[in-house]
Structure formats: structure tokens, C-alpha cells
Design a protein around this ligand. Structure first.
Ligand SMILES: [Zn+2]
Length: 102
């Protein structure tokens, strides 16, 4: 069995929901549109949750997002939250506490 690249945890096949923002076409009004793709076959680390996709699955997700609204199963409304961090202070604090990261 394969191990997670990051934490060496066990990896298992399982379907996941993937949230993606549409990046193309750049000038389209659908740029930035958020899609949820359900039941994506993934390999998931049982320790840290990292997800791995085969190249074919990743390509299929890109194609589905490109097809966009034409293939929509249903539409839900999604609450948007903001972290509202003052990033200059936040990075200063992280740098002081965890200089190995920044
Ligand atoms: Zn892991």
C-alpha cells in the first residue's frame, strides 16, 4: 500500500467532494464561479487528510468545470466568510513564533 508523501500515513481510496473556483476564461463573467464536484474518486491520507488524484481524474474535473453551468445538477447558496486578518501583523506574529516556517 502507498503511503502519504507528507506524513507517511495510510492512503485509502474514497469518494470526496471537491470545491473549485473557475479560473478560465479570464474575461468571462463565470470566472471565479465556485463549483462543487461530488463523488470524485480520490486517494485520501487517513492521518493528515491530504488528497491525491490520478491525472485522469484531475483532467476530468477540469473538463467538468469548463463545461460549467451546462452540466449543473443543482444549485445551492453558500455563505461566504472572511478571516478578516491584518496580514502584516499576522505574518509578523507567525514569524516570531515559528521562524522555521516563514
Ligand atoms: Zn498524510
Amino acid at each position: 500500500m502507498k503511503k502519504c508523501y507528507f506524513c507517511r500515513g495510510e492512503i485509502q481510496e474514497q469518494p470526496v467532494d471537491v470545491i473549485r473556483k473557475r479560473k478560465e476564461p479570464a474575461l468571462s463573467e463565470t470566472k471565479g464561479q465556485v463549483f462543487i464536484i461530488e463523488n470524485v474518486p480520490a486517494l485520501v491520507c487517513q492521518r493528515c487528510g491530504e488528497r491525491y488524484y490520478t491525472a485522469e481524474v484531475a483532467r476530468t474535473m477540469d473538463e467538468k468545470i469548463a463545461e460549467g453551468m451546462n452540466k449543473t445538477k443543482r444549485i445551492i447558496s453558500v455563505p461566504i466568510l472572511s478571516f478578516d486578518a491584518d496580514y502584516e501583523d499576522w505574518f509578523t506574529i507567525v514569524n516570531q513564533r515559528h521562524p522555521e516556517i516563514v
